[in-house]
Design a protein around this ligand. Structure first.
Ligand code: ADP
Ligand code: TZD
Ligand code: MG
Length: 579
C-alpha cells in the first residue's frame, strides 16, 4: 500500500480549496456515528476503502468469506445495539454477504451491509460489467431497508438513514449500495464536512399506551397458572435489571428462549427451563417478552400448548404487526421493552399478588426432578464420550467462567448444549437463532471476542463447524481468545448411516471418519488438541480459556449417540415408499 493513501486528498495548494472524496466521506460518516469496526472481504471496488478506513483509525477485520464477516457484523449489532458493518465487493461478494444480512433481519439484529457495485449505466443496460448485478433490487426483499448512494454529497444522509433503519423499531439488516464511481467523487472538504450528520436518538423510546398496560396487568392478575417467556428481543434491549424486577415482582415462572438464556440465571428460583413441556401445556396466561410465537414455540398452538382455547397471551413487542401473527393476542403491549417494563413495574406497585403456590409447586417440583435426572447423566464419564459426558465437562467450565461467551451450533450438539449448559449472565449465548442456520459459528465467535474482549467458547457440531471452519485462520490472524470445540461424531446427526446400494460412496450424512480437525488450527499457528476423554477435554478447554490462545479441540463423540435432526426430527418429511 502506498503512503499517499493515508493522506487526505486535501493537501491544497494556495489557490485550490481543500477537497475530500467518497472514500473519506464514508469513513467520516461512519466514525461520526461511533461505528468504528468493519467486518469484510476486500476486492474491487472497495480495497482502498478498507485500507483508508484502517489508516483513519477504524478497525477493519478481513475474513475468508463474506458470509462469516456478515454474521460477525450481525452479532456485533446484537451485542452492542449499534449496527454492525459488513463490507463486500460486488455481485458474488454481495451475494455471500446477503445470506448474513437476511439472517440478521430474520433474527432482528441490526447490521448494515455495504457493498461496492458496478457502474449503473452498464448494469442497467445489462452490458456485462465486471461482477455486474442489480444488487439493490436483489437485496430489497431480503432486508429491512435498502438504499443506493449515487452522489458523494448524499453519503452522510445515506449513512444516517441506514443507521436509523437498522436500529429503530424492530432492528434488522440494511443494505447500502455503493457504485464504484462514488468513491472517487470529490467535493470541497468544508461542504463534505457540512454534509455529514450524527444521528440524534437513533432508536427512540417507544412508549406503550396506558390502556394496553392496564389490560395486560388485569389479565396477568386474573391468571391462575401464569408463565413468562423471555426471548432474545428482551436480551437485546439491554434493560436487564428491569427484566429481573418484572419477573421477580410478578413471581411468575419464566422460560428463556435459547439466546435469552442467562438474561436471568438458569438456576434462578423462578426458572422453568427444565419444566418446559409442563409450563407450555398447563399455563393459562403467557407473557411473551421479546419473543415470537414462531416455529420454535409451535406457533402458539397444537398439542404442546394443551387444550385449544386454554391460553391467553400478553405480548410485549416493539413491532405491532407481530400481534396476532399466529394466535390471538388478548393483551398486546406495543413499545420498546424498557419503556413497557418500566410502566408495568410502576403500575404493579408494591403489593402485587404472586401466583398461587399450587402452580408454583407443581412447576418447581417437575423442574427439580428433571434437573436431578440430568445431573446424573452429565456426571457420567463415558468412553467414548457421548453428548452428556462431553457437555457435562463444558457445563462446569462455563459455570466457573460466567463471563465467557458461548457460541453454539449443530443439531444434537446444539440441542444438548442448550439444555445442559446453564448460563448465568445476559447475552452470553449466541446460536443458530430463528432460522436454525448452520455457519454462524466462527463469524459469531470473532465478533463476540472483538466486541467484548471476553473469552469465547464455540461448541460446534462437526458439520456445523465445516460451514465456517476456514475462519479459524481469521481467529489466529487476529489472535482472538476463541476456543473451538468440535463435537466429532463423523457426520451430520450420526456417523453411522450406510449407503444401502453397497456403492463406495458413503451415505449423505457421513464424513471422513476420525477427521483431524485440530490439525487445521495447528496449520495457522493455533493450539490443536485431540481429546477422547472428558478429562482431556476439560484440561484443554481450561488451558485455552486461561491462555486466550486460539485453540481447536477435536472432541471425539460416540458416532451412535445422536438422533436425526436432534430435537426437531418431527419436522422431517418421510417417504411413504420404502425404497
Ligand atoms: P426468540 O427467538 O428468542 O424467541 P425472536 O427473535 O423470535 O426471539 O423475537 C424477538 C422479538 O423481540 C421480535 O419480535 C422483535 O420485534 C422484538 N424486539 C427486539 N428488540 C426489542 C425491543 N427493544 N423492545 C421490544 N421488542 C423488541
Ligand atoms: N444448511 C444450513 C445453512 N443450515 C442448516 N440448518 C442445514 C443446512 C441443515 N442442518 C441442520 O439443521 S443441523 C446440520 C445441518 C447440515 C448439521 C448437524 O450435524 P452436526 O451436529 O455435526 O453439526 P450433530 O451433533 O452431529 O447433530
Ligand atoms: Mg456431527
Amino acid at each position: 500500500m502506498s503512503v499517499e493513501l493515508q493522506e487526505r486528498p486535501d493537501s491544497k495548494t494556495e489557490t485550490e480549496e481543500a477537497l475530500t472524496d467518497g472514500f473519506h466521506l464514508l469513513i467520516d460518516a461512519l466514525k461520526k456515528n461511533d461505528l468504528n469496526t468493519i467486518y469484510g472481504v476486500p476486492g474491487i471496488p472497495i480495497t482502498d476503502f478498507g485500507r483508508l478506513a484502517q489508516a483513519n483509525g477504524m478497525r477493519v477485520l478481513s475474513f475468508r468469506h463474506e458470509q462469516h464477516a456478515g454474521n460477525a457484523a450481525a452479532i456485533a449489532g446484537y451485542l452492542t445495539k449499534k449496527p454492525g458493518l459488513c463490507l463486500t465487493v460486488s455481485a458474488p461478494g454481495f451475494l455471500n454477504g446477503l445470506t448474513a444480512l437476511s439472517n440478521a433481519t430474520t433474527n432482528c439484529f441490526p447490521m448494515i451491509l455495504l457493498s461496492g457495485s458496478s457502474e449503473r449505466e452498464i448494469v442497467d443496460l445489462q452490458q456485462g460489467d465486471y461482477e455486474e448485478m442489480d444488487q439493490l433490487a436483489i437485496a430489497k426483499p431480503l432486508c429491512k431497508a435498502a438504499f443506493r448512494v449515487l452522489h458523494a454529497e448524499d453519503i452522510g444522509i445515506a449513512v444516517a438513514r441506514a443507521i436509523r433503519a437498522a436500529v429503530s423499531g424492530r432492528p434488522g439488516g440494511v443494505y447500502l449500495d455503493l457504485p464504484a464511481k462514488l468513491f472517487g467523487q470529490t467535493m470541497t472538504a468544508a461542504a463534505g464536512e457540512a454534509s455529514l450528520l450524527k444521528v440524534v436518538d437513533p432508536a427512540p423510546a417507544q412508549l406503550p399506551s396506558n390502556d394496553s398496560v392496564m389490560r395486560a396487568l388485569d389479565l396477568l392478575k386474573s391468571a391462575k397458572k401464569p408463565l413468562i417467556i423471555l426471548g432474545k428481543g428482551a436480551a437485546y434491549a439491554q434493560c436487564d435489571e428491569l427484566v429481573k424486577t418484572f419477573v421477580e415482582k410478578s413471581g411468575v415462572p419464566f422460560l428463556p428462549m435459547s439466546m435469552a438464556k442467562g438474561l436471568l440465571p438458569d438456576n434462578h428460583a423462578q426458572s422453568a427451563s427444565a419444566a418446559r413441556s409442563l409450563v407450555l401445556k398447563e399455563s393459562d396466561v403467557v407473557v411473551m417478552l421479546g419473543a415470537r410465537l414462531n416455529w420454535l414455540l409451535s406457533h402458539g398452538k397444537g398439542k404442546s400448548w394443551g387444550e385449544p382455547g386454554s391460553k391467553k397471551f400478553i405480548q410485549i413487542d416493539i413491532d405491532p404487526r407481530e400481534m396476532d401473527s399466529n394466535v390471538e393476542i388478548a393483551a398486546p403491549v406495543v413499545g420498546d421493552i424498557e419503556s413497557c417494563l418500566s410502566v408495568m413495574c410502576d403500575q404493579m406497585g408494591t403489593t402485587w399478588t404472586t401466583p398461587a403456590s399450587e402452580w408454583l409447586n407443581a412447576v418447581y417440583a417437575k423442574r427439580d426432578g428433571n434437573v436431578a435426572k440430568m445431573s446424573q447423566r452429565v456426571g457420567a464419564d463415558t468412553s467414548p464420550m457421548d453428548y452428556h459426558s462431553a457437555l457435562g465437562a463444558l457445563r462446569e467450565i462455563i459455570a466457573a467462567r460466567p463471563d465467557a461467551i458461548l457460541v453454539n451450533e449443530g443439531a444434537n450438539t446444539l440441542d444438548f448444549a442448550r439444555s445442559i449448559i446453564n448460563m448465568s449472565k445476559p447475552r452470553k449465548r449466541i446460536d443458530v437463532g430463528t432460522w436454525g442456520i448452520m455457519g454462524i459459528g466462527m463469524g459469531a465467535a470473532v465478533a463476540a471476542a472483538v466486541e467484548t474482549g471476553l473469552p469465547v467458547l464455540a461448541v460446534e457440531g462437526d458439520s456445523a463447524f465445516g460451514f465456517s471452519g476456514m475462519e479459524i485462520e481469521t481467529i489466529c490472524r487476529y489472535n482472538l481468545p476463541v476456543c473451538v470445540v468440535v463435537f466429532n461424531n463423523n457426520g451430520i446427526y450420526r456417523g453411522t448411516d450406510v449407503n444401502p446400494t453397497g456403492h463406495s460412496d458413503v451415505a449423505p450424512t457421513v464424513f471422513v471418519k476420525d477427521s483431524r480437525y485440530e490439525l487445521m488450527m495447528q496449520a495457522f499457528g493455533g493450539v490443536g488438541v485431540y481429546a477422547t476423554s472428558r478429562d482431556q477435554l476439560s484440561k484443554a478447554v481450561n488451558e485455552a480459556m486461561d491462555s486466550g490462545k486460539p485453540t481447536l479441540i477435536n472432541a471425539i463423540i460416540d458416532e451412535n449417540a445422536g438422533t436425526e435432526s436432534g430435537r426437531i426430527g418431527n419436522l422431517n418429511p418421510q417417504s411413504v415408499v420404502k425404497k
